[in-house]
Each structure stands twice: as C-alpha cells, then as structure tokens.
Design a protein around this ligand. Structure first.
Ligand code: DGL
Length: 267
C-alpha cells in the first residue's frame, strides 16, 4: 500500500536535477525526497536511446526499492528518448520536465523561440514536434549545447569559461529578435546569468515550477500529499565520488547535505 509519508524520487544524470528539487522543496515543504544523480555516467546528452533506457530502468528500480510514491524525471534527455517505455513499465505517478517546458513556452505567447538542450534531446526533436502540433507557424530555433553540462558539473557556472561557451552557442541568435528561450536541460538554469549576458533580458523558460505544480496536483488527486509535519528527510544518492558533489549540492540547495555513493553494479 502506498502511504502519503513515503518519499518522492527525483533523478537526473548529475546535479542538474537539483534545480528541480530546489523548487520541489519550496512548493512541497512537507515532502520527503530521495534524489539520485548518475554522476559516474554524466553526461547523458550524447548517449543512445538504448543506453539511456537501460540507465532509466536501473534508476527507476533503485528508487522504487527505496519505496518512493512518485518519480520526477528531472532530465529532458531521458524524457525525450525513453518516456513511453518507462510509463508502460512502471506503475506509479511519473512527472517529467520536457512536456512542461513545451506547455510553458506555448502559454508564454512567444513568437520567436529558441530551445537549447543536449545533443540527444535536440536530435530526438520532441520539443519541436510538440510545439509544432500546437503552433505550426511559430518561429522556432533549436540548438544543441554539448559543452554546457560538463561545465556545470564542474561547478563552473559563473565563470568566464561558462560565459564563453554560452556565447559560442547563442551569439547567432542575437540578430534573430528572439523573445523567449526554453531551457531544455535541467543543468541550464545555473547558466541563466550567462544567457542574459549574451542575449539580454529575454524571457527564460525554466519548466521546474510547472513540473512540480503538476506533481502536486497528482499527489492531491491520489491522496498522496504528506500530511505529517515533522522535519522532512532529503536523501541524496549518486553513482560517483561524493565530496565534489556535496560542495555543489550545498550551494544549489543552500544546506548542509551529504550524499551517499551507490555502486552502479549493485543497482
Ligand atoms: N540534465 C539533463 C537534461 O535535462 C541531462 C544532461 C546531460 O547529462 O547531458 O537533459
């Protein structure tokens, strides 16, 4: 039986999903969370669907073994490639960021949008297909930005290296009258300053809040909101070394958390 005080699982290839978890902590303050970051195998952004499906299945099974009541896929690359299979195979509430990014972009009233994401996400074309279904003549650009995730994983988001890399990918849009940019990767909110530096004050769409609001609705509908008001427990598991991860974890979430390393072959 599913109980309302069970944790919510949330995962990504590395620390990107922490940008989603930070919103979840604010919007669902009573909930317990179990985060998994696949820091040994990050980046996911240039991997094949077969590999990603194998990783996603392992992570789902791991989180389910921890007795979670719902899972947030805080990874656009997994959503873009594996969602139908995962939804068919796992019987618990699942929310994911990609579709919420598309809905927010459509609702924003943008006429001239750029979507930035990993290589695999862009190649897969899910954002573009979903946007075109609803808005056939929106001026739409997409751009794969493979250098950005490794920079963020290194904690280099407010550095010259990050500004240069963002500029390298986005300068071509300076003359395109872009009015909105959709963050199609959960690592990219950490690069918002660099994006504004290149493109100026355009609307930056980060789907984390609407994803978590959707989760909240699902929990309410299924009577799964945690009604216990004790201190919520937030646990962090990663597949790589913990010390470097913990430094960044405690900057992004502003806390004093410690992660635990899980060996992938023990999944
Ligand atoms: N943060 C993930 C995403 O939203 C994965 C990035 C990566 O590992 O390349 O796609």
């Amino acid at each position: 039986m599913v109980g309302s005080n069970q944790a919510i699982g949330i995962f990504d290839s590395g620390l990107g999903g922490l940008t989603v978890l930070s919103k979840a902590q604010q919007l669902l303050p009573n909930e317990n969370f179990i985060y998994f970051g696949d820091t040994l195998r990050v980046p996911y952004g240039s991997r094949s669907k077969d590999e990603l499906l194998c990783f996603a299945r392992q992570i789902f099974n791991f989180l389910i073994s921890k007795n979670v009541k719902a899972i947030v896929i805080a990874c656009n690359t997994i959503s873009a490639t594996c969602l139908p299979e995962i939804k068919k195979e796992f019987d618990l509430p699942i929310v994911e960021v990609l579709s919420h990014g598309v809905f927010e972009a459509l609702e924003s009233g943008t006429n001239n949008l750029v979507v930035i994401a990993t290589e695999t996400t862009i190649k897969n074309g899910t954002h573009e297909r979903m946007i075109r279904e609803h808005h056939a003549d929106l001026k739409l650009f997409t751009k794969a930005c493979p250098k950005l995730v490794p920079l963020v994983e290194e904690g280099l988001w407010n550095t010259e290296a990050a500004y240069d890399a963002v500029d390298e990918y986005l300068h071509e849009f300076k003359s395109q009258n872009i009015d909105a940019l959709l963050l199609g990767c959960t690592h990219y909110p950490l690069l918002a300053d660099a994006i504004v530096k290149t493109l100026g004050q355009i609307k930056i769409i980060d789907p984390s809040v609407s994803t978590i609001n959707k989760l909240k609705v699902i929990l309410q509908e299924n009577h799964l909101m945690n009604i216990e008001h004790s201190n919520p427990c937030h646990q962090f598991f990663i597949s790589g070394a913990t010390e470097k991860f913990d430094d960044k974890l405690n900057i992004i979430l502003i806390g004093n958390y410690k992660s635990t390393c899980i060996e992938i072959n023990k999944f």
